[in-house]
Write a protein that binds this ligand. Structure first.
Ligand SMILES: Nc1ncnc2c1ncn2[C@@H]1O[C@H](COP(=O)(O)OP(=O)(O)OP(=O)(O)O)[C@@H](O)[C@H]1O
Length: 409
């Protein structure tokens, strides 16, 4: 049976989330398409032409991942004792809502990039599924590709082209033309503050400008979703704050973002929801504020000396753990063997704890007390700080070793 549809365009309001459409079926059934980008029109037409009715509404999550796993085969030398496969992502599930920033936080080699590459349809998961705005990304990778802009970790510029030439090239690839092409190019140059650099060869760009151009390209087709792999890693303060502001504005206009980060601060500032991942597995998930509040109590960092010998810190910690105010603690090796405690909230605690230490012959070089941070959430979930986990991850991705091992998918 052939079904006839009429697409009615009725509003063009915003920079990135411009069009809303109503789609009327033959029997008067109405499909509302709100807050979706221009590409959605093509996407919808594709389905209508194949007489397949797809209801796309704003209540569909931007991204829904179910039980997704991906492992890689590692080719290694015969005498290597390492396993021949690495489980990069193991049974990960999450839902990223429309109009929110969803942050994937984890140390080196925890599987963040692999997960994003699956969502960006660059690699296929071994098992599990994911949907982007309700469209199955495993079954319809060609369709979901039209719904997001992706910024990977690798640089993808041709040194002999200018920034503007790159934008034109990608605009062509996105099939933009005429006034839409000109308008979108000027808009992304402006919001990423690229005016000064855009007509220079990209071979002369700093890391921060390259990253801004990357994001400009991802925004060019006004996608409803951005998938960003460490958008601000290693950037100068100016570029980082430009990128953060662009992402905040994009979200305010209804855009959805899934990003990975090493930076607790970045996730705390930007993310509406966070998923903490380690060794490919989800270890915590929720709104940053809820995760922090769920920990309860205050966090205290004490340094006995500027750099305290480990034995001395351990002895002081043992004493403090017997106090009624102290609910738990550990030694932070990456902070000069500082003592980190979970304590009851309140002003009395600071004086009480310092008094205990002085009575037992310890000095107090510094004392800070604060509400739990995302770093504390990470510590509570994994038993170590993100920095410590990062150092272990970095070892496992030693570039010299990686060179020796030829990796295959
Ligand atoms: N193509 C591949 N072949 C073999 N192993 C791979 C491949 N891609 C990733 N891995 C392995 O999968 C694990 C997860 O890597 P992934 O790059 O996803 O982590 P990550 O959290 O993004 O790390 P980083 O923060 O350092 O970018 C690592 O052990 C990595 O070596």
């Amino acid at each position: 049976m052939t079904t006839t549809f009429v697409l009615q365009h009725y509003s063009h309001k915003r920079l990135f989330y411009a069009p809303s459409y109503h789609c009327f079926g033959k029997h008067g059934k109405s499909y509302k398409l709100k807050n979706l980008c221009l590409r959605t029109r093509e996407f919808l037409l594709f389905h209508l032409l194949s007489c397949q009715i797809l209801e796309i509404t704003p209540d569909k999550p931007a991204v829904k991942v179910h039980d997704l796993s991906k492992s890689f085969k590692i080719e290694k030398s015969r005498d290597s004792k390492q396993p021949s496969r690495v489980d990069s992502v193991k049974q990960v599930s999450f839902v990223a809502n429309q109009g929110e920033v969803f942050g994937l936080l984890g140390p080196n080699a925890s599987g963040k990039t692999t997960l994003l590459r699956c969502l960006a349809t660059l690699i296929a998961p071994d098992s599990g599924s994911f949907e982007i705005f309700g469209v199955d990304g495993v079954k319809h990778p060609d369709i979901v590709r039209r719904l997001f802009g992706y910024v990977g970790q690798e640089e993808s510029f041709d040194k002999v082209l200018t920034g503007r030439e790159h934008l034109k090239l990608f605009a062509d690839l996105y099939h933009l033309s005429g006034s839409e092409l000109r308008h979108n190019i000027e808009a992304v140059i402006q919001i990423l503050n690229l005016e000064e650099f855009i007509d220079r060869l990209t071979g002369t760009y700093s890391g921060g400008i390259k990253r801004r151009l990357d994001l400009a390209i991802a925004l060019l087709s006004r996608p409803p979703l951005l998938i960003l792999d460490e958008p601000s890693v290693g950037l100068d303060v100016t570029s980082r704050s430009i990128i953060w502001n662009v992402l905040k504005g994009y979200r305010e206009n209804g855009g959805s973002v899934v990003l990975t980060s090493h930076y607790l601060e970045e996730v705390d500032i930007l993310a509406d929801q966070v998923l903490i991942i380690e060794k490919g597995r989800v270890i915590a998930q929720g709104r940053p504020r809820d995760l922090k509040e769920s920990l309860g109590g205050d966090r205290v960092t004490i340094r006995i000396k500027e750099f305290t010998p480990l034995d001395e810190s351990k002895a002081a910690l043992d004493i403090l753990l017997k106090s009624e105010w102290v609910h738990g603690g550990n030694i932070n090796l990456s902070l000069g063997n500082a003592i980190e405690l979970v304590v009851s909230s309140g002003d009395m605690v600071a004086n009480g704890i310092q008094k205990i230490l002085r009575e037992r012959g310890f000095q107090v070089f510094s004392y800070t007390q604060s509400k739990p941070s995302l770093g504390d959430v990470y510590l509570a979930a994994t038993g170590r700080t993100l920095l410590e986990a990062d150092m272990v991850g970095r070892d496992s991705r030693d570039p010299k070793r990686m060179k020796k091992e030829r990796m295959t998918i």
